[in-house]
Design a protein around this ligand. Structure first.
Ligand code: FAD
Length: 457
């Protein structure tokens, strides 16, 4: 009897989580992963730290090799193999193989689409100039690192002030290199509110990163008079022109869905593949996971698109399990994220003030500053911002920033959001205390106390 076959398209977080979980459940299945690039199973999240030099070599970011998957998990991981067409009626994927051989038609019983996201570049003239990079994949980041290591970069410009732009500001800044961050919208890092934003801006200022908001970039100019030739020298934006001998594009991503769309698979929020809790698409036998798929925001109850590694791994695992005959769910996310900006930890979960208002809630909010641990042991202040629903008292979102004790504290509030706790219930939480770790009233509880007062107004 022919073995059932699972074909996975995409060989990073979601794709390899799917393949590995399918193998754990089903020893007999034929599992193949097709990856169009040369790299599989690496931590994209570690790329800024590789650029900064905190990760000494790129190989440390690689988790497993194709060889590991073949020998340890009996999964065929084929690099430089691009899936160019899916026929869902014939259950076949057409794959272009290296060396100019004829495309192969690969039959499948189950398909997991894990094609990730692609950089969303705005219309900017001159993107083809030398010295212009993105950090959305390993190869482009390696090229950026080589360019920086050549020692000629004195003036770097980052386009885009989301979390990757912020991480890159830290990664690129050195004592002899100036960094300018240009953001087209009026605010950096849209996912957080004003109080948190101010702390981020102060931290960037403390490290001499120049920030310009409302600075839509129109074109890049090179050292040769015409077109896309030579190396970048200037960035022209609505806020003026800036010198640059290196430009990093951090303008966000969009789901990579052309293949799925052409196969008749329905797209959902923000153009991502529409999936249900089982990671199934509208077509039988075809599942999708990771940065190419949408998900449910458990706080607002609306479908959303939040491309993050933590979600990609979990969705991949669920897709793999269901492709192998299981029946498990990925219920959704609450929108938790952390980012390090120099010495500042920034965390957010749930809905920001703006997102909560857009979702139709009448909100109460509170923001407090309190030490992350006992002051007599050197504890420094963090900001905790909370948002709640006035009509039910339910917590809707939280944000924090400070030099310590933020990154993991935000997870307490993410848990509260999953449990749909009210502010009163959060206030009753038995949180740990010892002077090196907290204060007797944890900053979370001080913020909730303030929030409860606001809810009574
Ligand atoms: P990808 O990692 O994009 O993998 C998809 C793969 O599919 C790609 O290798 C692609 O080549 C391949 N592919 C596409 N089309 C085809 C085709 N037709 N045929 C064959 N192969 C194909 N997330 C966090 O949670 N925390 C962080 O701190 C964090 N930091 C990040 C920092 C950076 C610089 C970047 C770029 C991302 C970061 N992320 C972070 C996001 C995280 O890396 C992604 O969410 C995660 O990699 C998504 O995994 P994925 O498998 O869905 O997609």
């Amino acid at each position: 009897m022919a073995r059932e076959r699972l074909v996975v398209i995409g060989g990073v977080a979601a794709g390899l989580s799917a393949a590995s979980q399918a193998r754990r459940l089903n020893r007999w299945m034929d599992i193949r992963v097709y990856e169009k690039g040369p790299d599989v199973s690496y931590s994209a999240c570690g790329l800024p730290y590789f650029v900064e030099g905190l990760v000494p070599d790129a190989d440390s970011l690689r988790v497993h090799s194709p060889e590991f998957f073949r020998t340890e998990r009996e999964i065929d991981v084929l690099t430089n193999h691009e899936a160019v067409e899916i026929s869902t009626s014939r259950r076949r994927v057409t794959v272009v193989t290296p060396g100019g051989r004829a495309p192969e038609d690969i039959p499948y019983d189950h398909l997991v689409i894990a094609t990730g996201a692609e950089p969303a570049w705005p219309e900017i003239q001159g993107l083809g100039l030398g010295g212009v990079f993105h950090v959305n994949d390993l190869q482009s980041t390696l090229a950026l690192k080589r360019y920086l290591d050549s020692g000629s970069v004195r003036q770097a410009v980052i386009i885009g002030g989301g979390y990757i732009g912020l991480e890159m500001a830290e990664a690129l800044k050195t004592s002899d290199r100036a960094v300018t961050l240009l953001e087209h919208s009026p605010h950096l890092f849209e996912a957080v509110d004003q109080q948190i934003l101010e702390m981020i801006q102060q931290e960037l200022g403390r490290h001499s990163v120049e920030v310009f908001t409302g600075a839509r970039v129109m074109s890049l100019a090179g050292d040769e008079p015409r077109g896309n030739k030579g190396s970048v020298r200037r960035v022209h934006s609505e806020q003026g022109s800036f010198e640059a001998d290196c430009v990093v594009l951090a303008t966000g991503v969009r789901p990579r869905v052309r293949l799925a769309e052409e196969a008749g698979i329905t797209l959902g929020t923000d153009g991502a593949i529409a999936v249900n809790d089982y990671m199934e698409t509208n077509i039988a036998g075809a599942l999708a996971a990771g940065d190419c798929a949408d998900t449910l925001n458990l706080v607002s109850g609306r479908r959303t698109y939040v491309p993050l590694g933590t979600t990609a791994n979990k969705q991949g695992r669920v897709a793999g399990e269901n492709a192998a005959g299981g029946r498990t769910r990925f219920p959704g996310i609450v929108g938790t994220a952390v980012v390090k900006v120099f010495s500042l930890e920034v965390g957010r979960t749930g809905l920001s003030q703006k997102q909560a208002q857009e979702a139709g809630y009448r909100i109460a909010e509170a923001a407090v500053r309190a030490p992350a641990r006992a002051r007599y042991l050197g504890g420094q202040d963090i900001i905790v911002k909370l948002v709640a629903d006035r009509s039910t008292g339910r917590l809707l979102g939280a944000q924090m920033a400070g030099p310590e004790g933020v990154a993991k504290r935000i997870d307490v509030l993410a848990t509260a959001l999953h449990a749909r706790l009210t502010a009163e219930q959060v206030y009753q939480l038995d949180l740990s205390y010892a002077p090196p770790f907290s204060t007797v009233w944890d900053p979370i509880l001080i913020a909730v106390r303030q929030l409860l007062r606001e809810l009574k107004r």
